[in-house]
Every structure is written in C-alpha cells, then in structure tokens.
Design a protein around this ligand. Structure first.
Ligand code: IPD
Ligand code: CA
Ligand code: CA
Length: 260
C-alpha cells in the first residue's frame, strides 16, 4: 500500500522549493533552442528521487532531468517526475508552473499529483478513487468546444508550422476562446476541473502528462494520442484531451489539420 499522504506532502515540499527559489542568470542553462533547465529543476528532481525512494524503495524513475538512458520504467512502480513544468514561465517570473508527479504500476498510471505552488492548488487522483482539486471532487462537465476555453501549447520546432496554423484557424472558428498557459500539466489538469474544455499539443513527453492523464480520466474526461490510442508512457506523443464531446470535436479538427 503506497503512502499517498506522504507522496502528496513531498510534492508540496517540492512546490515550496519553487516558491523559495532565488533564480540568477548563472543558474539558467540551455538544453536546446527554446528549451531551458535551471539549477532548481535539477535540485527539485534530486529531492523527489531521494525522498520518494524511501516511500517505495523498489520504484524506478522517469524524470525529465535524467539522462535518457537512465529513465527506466520497469513493470513495478515507476515515478514520472517533471520537477518544474513551465520552466520558461519560472525563468520569467510568470508565476504559472507546477510540480508534476505520476505513479504507474505494470505500465498503467495509478495516481497523479500536480501542484501549483503559486495558487496552492493540488490536483490529485488515485485510480478508482476520483480526482480532486484540493478538497473539491472534480467531474468534467460535458461541454462542446463553443462552450468553453480551449488550450494548447506552442510546438518548440516549427517544422509543421503550416499545419499548426491551420489547426489554430479551424479551432478559432469553433472554440469559445483560446488560451496558451505554458505549463502542459496545468493546462491538462484544467481539463479535469473544467476551466479548459479541451487541450491539444503536437508533442509532449510522458513526464508532462503522466500525472494529469489519470487526473483527467478520474474526472470523467478523455485523453489520448491523435489517433485515439492511449497516451504513451515510454515516448513522446501527440496529446489530445477534453470533456468527452469537446474531445471528439478538437480531435476531429486536429485530424483534419495534421493529416499530411
Ligand atoms: C514544457 C511546458 C510547455 C510545453 C512544452 C513542455 P517544461 O515543459 O509544459 O507548456 O509547451 O512542450 O516541454 O520544459 O517547462 O517542463
Ligand atoms: Ca514539462
Ligand atoms: Ca520541466
């Protein structure tokens, strides 16, 4: 039996490290174009790996700031860690970032915790026990695209820019309005809470969406790849999510725009 209360406490502690950060220019490093890592990303990941290893000693880890060949999810318990989702926001003091922690077992997500320390909002779900935002039970209201906010994030590489702009043009015609938050995990959790009615990003990594995927599903929402198959827990994929009706609508728009 996993001590979920302890896990949640550690995620909150990690969030506190974001709030307490005093970031200097020397602590910001470029991974690749428009992709940054700060000393705090690494510090928070190290903290979580060390402390979560005491909660489930046999667990493996799939963390953003690990070398790719160190990310190993076995059949047992695995922690998916994004120590700061929204690093660019963090660097620019945008105050919209989170800690994202997902737990899988036998290659299926069983729990997720996504914590926004700036607003003290903890999204959490344990498979079969519902999704919560702090103490409030979440249930996704089944709305259409025209009845809510659609969110997306910019692809970092512009190679499919024409398709992407086509997608936006089509979405703009259907959505009530559109937002770009800069933290995939928070945007996805807002699908669970209903603040977003739908979400699309052409490429995300498992640590971006692992935790949010179980939160969305436990709230009655839908998350999948573009072709409708389950999101991958091993490699990056196209992610579509939404309230059931809005999900179908936004996926159809994406299928049209990205069919090439
Ligand atoms: C990024 C954020 C952003 C999304 C990027 C992600 P990071 O994660 O979630 O919203 O557009 O694709 O890489 O690098 O801030 O953890
Ligand atoms: Ca991320
Ligand atoms: Ca990150």
């Amino acid at each position: 039996m996993i001590d979920y209360a302890r896990v949640e406490h550690l995620v909150r502690q990690a969030g506190q490290m974001i709030l307490d950060a005093n970031l200097t220019a020397e602590q910001v490093h470029i991974k690749k174009q428009h992709d940054f890592v700060t000393d705090y990303d690494v510090r928070i990941q190290d903290y979580l790996v060390e402390t979560l290893s005491q909660v489930i000693p046999e667990a493996t880890f799939f963390g953003e700031e690990m070398a790719e060949d160190q990310r190993a999810c076995g059949d047992g318990f695995c922690f998916y860690i994004d120590p700061i989702d929204g690093t660019t926001n963090f660097i620019h003091a945008y105050q919209h970032s989170c800690v994202s922690l997902g737990i899988s077992s036998e290659k299926r997500m069983i729990a997720g915790f996504v914590y926004n320390p700036y607003t003290n909002e903890m999204y959490r779900a344990i498979r079969g026990q519902g999704a919560y935002l702090n103490d409030k039970r979440l249930w996704t209201e089944n709305r259409r695209l025209e009845e809510g906010i659609s969110a997306f994030n910019m692809p970092s590489k512009p190679e499919k820019m024409d398709d992407f702009l086509d997608f936006l043009r089509r979405l703009y015609g259907k959505a009530e309005t559109i937002r770009v938050g800069g933290s995939a995990a928070l945007d996805l959790c807002r699908v669970a809470s209903g603040s977003n009615v739908a979400y699309v990003q052409t490429q995300l990594q498992p640590y971006d969406y692992a935790a949010a995927s179980v939160i969305i599903e436990e709230a009655g929402g839908v998350i999948s790849q573009l072709d409708g198959s389950p999101v991958s827990l091993q490699e990056p994929c196209f992610v579509v999510a939404g309230a059931p009706v809005a999900y179908v609508e936004i996926r159809n728009i994406a299928l049209e725009a990205f069919k090439s």
